[in-house]
Design a protein around this ligand. Structure first.
Ligand code: ZN
Length: 345
């Protein structure tokens, strides 16, 4: 690529400022590439005497001959591969290292070169805020603090509630379904119906896409966010203490259910829980018990829970009709071998 021409040949070139080319053309003709004072190399530019080629270009309807002093640095190999001109600078000083990352970052380059399908950002995932009333995160400065407190910007959640009142279609949706039919306008902080997509039967002007809504993680300790309007209780249990600490609010099955320690010596073990105790009341009202690592639990501890729930809930169905979610991986069962005496030597 030929720069300009500019300088004395064409003082009106757009690169000219104060009578000089801002891109430092025409460059000196040198026989060998040398590193310049500023870290950028001074490339070899052959003069006519050094077998350098010249071409004729038209500047303001005048044909002039120019040489290598106006050629923008390039790499013949890259130009050949990509069949285009590419600005190329030899990068051998920290000063010119910006060329490494400025135009194409390494990860973007890899993403383009490999073009794995899995690297596509598809489908669209919209993060949905979860917070209590007046519990959303608000950014403010000293100047707008009062105004922000008065009228905090709406979040996807507050906007969803507003849409449910104003838009009859939105009222039929769950929160996570919103991005499927609505776009979130970040500047106006409002949901807008999608204008493209698959038309939704019976709802003119409503289009669906495969966009997904994902709620921000809510820490289980933030239990108000879970139990705002529902009084359903779920009980999280785990067989081992380690798994119980991973389940927030979780307890070991032995501790929560007051299971006897000598399970295998009792014929029909029961949980030591009375109807009037707090745990008894909880088990009566509870809608779900999640028992993680149930594969580590003794068969009789499940039998004890079954028996106790039937009794507490006065319901003869299995587990007193309560839904039990058993989770666990048999491959992670510890090989506990009951031994009556230690093997010596
Ligand atoms: Zn110039």
């Amino acid at each position: 690529m030929v720069h300009g021409p500019c300088g004395a040949l064409n003082p009106l070139s757009p690169c000219m400022a104060d009578g000089k080319c801002t891109k430092r053309y025409p460059r000196p003709l040198v026989a060998e590439t040398v590193t310049g004072n500023d870290g950028y190399p001074v490339y070899r530019r052959r003069s006519k005497e050094d077998n350098g080629r010249t071409i004729k270009v038209k500047v303001q309807n005048q044909e002039i001959e120019i040489g290598n002093e106006f050629i923008v640095p390039y790499c013949p190999l890259l130009s050949r591969i990509f069949e285009t001109h590419a600005n190329v600078e030899s990068c051998h000083s920290a000063k010119s290292i910006k060329y490494l990352c400025k135009y194409v970052s390494t990860n973007e380059a890899l993403w383009r070169l490999l073009s794995f399908q899995i690297h596509e950002r598809y489908p669209t995932v919209v993060h949905l805020a979860v917070h209590l009333e007046n519990g959303q995160r608000v950014y403010f400065t000293e100047a707008n603090a009062a105004q922000r407190a008065e009228r905090p910007p709406s979040t996807t959640l507050t906007s969803f509630f507003a849409m449910c009142e104003a838009d009859p279609f939105a009222a039929t949706l769950m929160y996570v379904e919103m991005p499927k039919y609505y776009t979130w306008n970040q500047s106006t902080k409002k949901f807008q119906r999608r204008k493209q997509g698959t038309p939704v039967p019976d709802w003119p002007q409503v289009f669906s896409t495969d966009a997904l809504g994902r709620m921000y993680t809510v820490h289980p300790r933030n239990d108000e966010c879970f139990i705002c309007d529902c009084y359903d209780i779920a009980l999280a249990l785990a067989s081992s203490g380690i798994a119980a600490t991973l389940l927030d609010g979780g307890r070991t099955a032995h501790s929560a259910l007051k299971l006897p320690l000598n399970l295998n010596t009792i014929d029909t073990p029961t949980c030591n829980i009375s109807r009037s105790s707090a745990m008894g009341k909880l088990l009566m009202q509870c809608k779900l018990i999640v028992w993680d690592e149930c594969t580590m639990a003794h068969k009789k501890s499940l039998e004890a829970l079954n028996f106790t729930l039937k009794d507490l809930r006065r319901n003869n169905n299995i587990f007193g009709g309560l839904m039990i979610l058993l989770a666990g991986d048999f491959r992670q069962t510890l090989p506990v071998v009951p031994v009556e005496r230690l093997q010596m030597n």
